[in-house]
Design a binder for this molecule. Structure first.
Ligand code: ADP
Ligand code: MG
Length: 142
């Protein structure tokens, strides 16, 4: 278990970018933590690190946002950014979870992953986000 105290959203994004460098495809990254804890901010950094351009918003109203990586390095094909706040494991199954999660060309990153624990394989990586004050967030790799 490793934890970080970030002192700005820029630092949280940086942490996401650092994690991006370690990814090779097939990973499932599960983010836990309340509203405003920094899950989307972290994901923005991670997606930037993987070469995604343009505005990156929360998939709250879409449930899943898919970013196709065209000329990116390695064999990464797509990133699936999921917001599980309003769904359950069954909903995600219906959305084709088995067809994309854990597949070698894909990276899956899930906000509110604790809501769909049932469907997440044991091989997934878990991170916890905590609000400390206006500027600070505690981020723990579990
Ligand atoms: P979540 O997705 O967990 O609901 P967001 O990333 O959408 O959280 O929101 C975090 C909010 O907190 C943003 O408005 C961000 O600018 C602000 N913030 C302030 N300090 C930090 C920090 N250290 N890390 C991440 N976000 C921070
Ligand atoms: Mg969010």
């Amino acid at each position: 278990m490793k934890n970080f105290l970030t002192k700005s959203s820029a630092q949280t994004k940086k942490l996401g970018q650092l994690l991006a460098e370690e990814l090779r495809g097939g990973e499932i990254i599960c983010l836990m933590g309340d509203l405003g804890a920094g899950k989307t901010t972290f994901t923005q950094g991670l997606l930037r690190g993987l070469g995604v351009r343009g505005t990156i918003t929360s998939p709250t109203f879409n449930i899943i946002k898919i970013y196709n990586l065209k000329a990116k390095s390695y064999e990464l094909k797509a990133i699936y950014h999921i917001d599980a706040y309003r769904i359950n494991s069954k909903d995600l199954s219906d959305l084709g979870w088995k067809d994309f999660a854990g597949k070698s060309g894909n990276i899956v990153i899930i906000e509110w992953a604790e809501k769909i624990k049932k469907i997440i394989p044991a091989s997934a990586a878990w991170m916890k986000f905590e609000w400390i004050n206006d500027k600070e967030r505690k981020i723990t790799i579990l």
